[in-house]
Design a protein around this ligand. Sequence first.
Ligand code: ADP
Ligand code: MG
Length: 259
Amino acid sequence: MIRIAIANQKGGVGKTTTAINIATAMAASGWRTLLVDIDPQGNASTGLGIPARDRDYSTYDLLMREGTAQQCIQQTRIPKLDCIPATQDLSGAEVELVGEEDRIDRLKTMLSEVDSSYDVCFFDCPPSLGLLTVNALSAADSLLVPLQCEFFALEGLSQLLQTVERVQQGINPSLKIIGVTLTMFDRRNRLTDQVAEDVRECLGGLVFDTVIPRNVRLSEAPSHGLPALIYDHSCAGSRAYMSLARELLGRLPAERKAA
Ligand code: ADP
Ligand code: MG
């Protein structure tokens, strides 16, 4: 399975919204898809309709070896899309893992069991560059970075890129940045236009052509426990995520496009 981490240490930039909707788009394209929620806030799990009371086994158990991947995986209401949900106690995992020798690649090891059960796996990372995000970067082939179209969009990116470099030089030399996606674009706001232009100038072809617009349906959908792509598949936000998924597919290594 291809493993894609969705990370940016800034909060509220659209990581979870991107994870949920890209994963849904891939599943809709026939890919057997797994979304691993690595954020103790558990927003991706909620957005996929897994209530907190149903998270008996979670990413915490996986990282603590208290459950196998198979035990932690849950089906969602979306065909071909499964999820390992997250709970609050995942924040403790970061502390509990510190003394462990395999603290950096525990996630990778624990997921190997289901490697052939899925075509693609997404990691929805927390807003930090701590051990949870590092585990995702160690386990991933690729990194997808959501950037919010706001004045300080690029601020903090260098810190993320440094972390990526450290992971590449150490535990995961094959980690690649598959792309940067601009989120919450508001065409009525001139500033976001300027930001998008600056980001493209700075990062060039790394930036996906598709821009995710600010769209109220995208923010409403999670409260219904549904991806926007299911909640309202024709809204501007859903159409943008379908387009982003097509672009992402085009960037995946040809020999691995199994489905
Ligand atoms: P992160 O995971 O990076 O913290 P989220 O995906 O949770 O970010 O997004 C933060 C908030 O913004 C959420 O309330 C979400 O519903 C909303 N949001 C995300 N993307 C959009 C968008 N394109 N348009 C409108 N609201 C959005
Ligand atoms: Mg999030």
